[in-house]
Design a protein around this ligand. Structure first.
Ligand SMILES: NC(=O)c1ccc[n+]([C@@H]2O[C@H](COP(=O)([O-])OP(=O)(O)OC[C@H]3O[C@@H](n4cnc5c(N)ncnc54)[C@H](O)[C@@H]3O)[C@@H](O)[C@H]2O)c1
Length: 333
């Protein structure tokens, strides 16, 4: 199959591209390098440096593609209340442009990576039948993109699946980005001999999923007709852990034991967030193969091998006021 992955230099996109190319799919992809790493790319797939918002170019490069997996995004939930224009453009506009170009090229199916941010603050674990009540521009843009995808695919007769990953971790994730990816930030800081920085009291809870476990779900979505026109959470609902406990585990793995630093909560941060994976278990035989300790160990090995790095504040804060975290305003991470 000819499979096109947007955001192919990013964490999920690149891991998926390597995996699918190794299984005899012809893999294509694009990226604009807002995020991701160039060394995530490989000669095993065909790469275009193109912005998803550039509809005309997307239309050209999606010619003869069977499946589009839309991973490109500015996956910045916390930052999205401070840089809403930047985040919304690269979530909503980029998605609509990609979907339109894919539909114009009569692809068989579009798979969209949404986010757990679609559920907002409600009883957990979140299930796919819950209403969407996103709490920030990131989640709002993802939900708008989902609705536009379903609308366009229904009108034009194209198959779709919406996947809802959450807190994926593992190699090829950007670890020098101060605005997101808590596990990679903790590990990178500790390898730089700096303590973890925690927002609030650290009792907020999350689940983490290892990237290979997610990728197997995405692969299933390409071929398995049970996933047609379905919204499916992917990621474990096991090992629900506080952010403070996560920092402690990182300290053990890196051998850097120092008091964590606590900062004011970030606005709109959901306290307890985890998704039920029951639908994924039922439809695509989802099974967690990597537990949290192993996931932390493998992520740490990757950062050590590539080399810990100082944090890169390349993104612009559009709104700077007393609500903006000091860590970002004053570049403390
Ligand atoms: N990683 C997670 O924990 C997680 C959780 C939930 C949802 N998701 C979703 O999964 C997808 C992949 O996330 P990720 O963690 O790999 O993020 P990532 O930032 O590592 O990868 C996204 C890639 O998209 C590229 N990109 C951004 N805007 C673009 C544009 N306009 N045109 C072309 N390329 C563009 C970036 O340069 C980056 O390489 C995203 O849609 C994200 O919202 C990820």
């Amino acid at each position: 199959m000819n499979i096109f992955i947007t955001g192919i230099a990013g964490f999920l996109g690149s891991n998926l591209a390597h995996y699918l190319a190794d299984r005899n799919h012809k893999v294509f992809g694009n990226d604009n390098f807002i995020g991701g790493y160039k060394d995530n790319l490989s000669k095993k797939f065909i790469f275009y440096e193109t912005d998803c918002c550039d509809f005309n170019n997307m239309k050209k490069i999606l010619k003869d593609i069977d499946i589009v997996i839309h991973c490109a995004a500015t996956a910045y939930e916390g930052l999205s209340v401070f840089s809403p224009s930047f985040v919304t453009k690269n979530i909503y506009e980029a998605s609509v442009s990609t979907f339109s170009a894919a539909i114009e090229n009569k692809v068989k199916k579009i798979i969209f990576c949404s986010s757990m941010a679609r559920y907002g603050e409600q009883a957990f674990p979140f299930t796919e039948d819950m209403k969407t009540i996103p709490q920030d521009p990131y989640g709002i843009a993802k939900v708008a993109a989902e609705q536009t995808l379903r609308n366009l695919c229904d009108v034009h007769g194209i198959d779709w699946t919406i996947l809802v990953p959450h807190n994926i971790v593992g190699p090829r994730q950007k670890y020098d980005d101060p605005y997101r990816n808590v596990l990679s930030i903790f590990l990178n800081r500790m390898l730089l001999k700096k303590p973890a920085i925690i927002y609030g009291d650290g009792t907020q809870k999350r689940c983490f999923s290892y990237v290979d476990d997610c990728i197997r779900c995405i692969e299933q979505t390409i071929e398995n007709t049970n996933t047609s026109k379905q919204i499916i959470n992917i990621g474990p609902d096991e090992e629900f852990i506080t952010i403070k406990e996560l920092a402690n585990k990182c300290a053990n793995v890196t051998g850097f034991n120092s008091q964590h630093i606590f900062h004011k909560d970030r606005p709109q941060e959901v306290k307890f967030a985890t998704c039920s994976s029951n639908k994924a278990r039922k439809l695509i035989g989802y099974k967690t193969k990597f537990n949290l300790d192993k996931s932390i160990e493998l992520t740490c090995e990757y950062i050590k091998k590539r080399g810990p790095k100082e944090f890169d504040y390349q993104l612009e804060l559009e709104i700077v006021n007393d609500k903006t975290p000091e860590t970002w305003k004053n570049k403390l991470i």
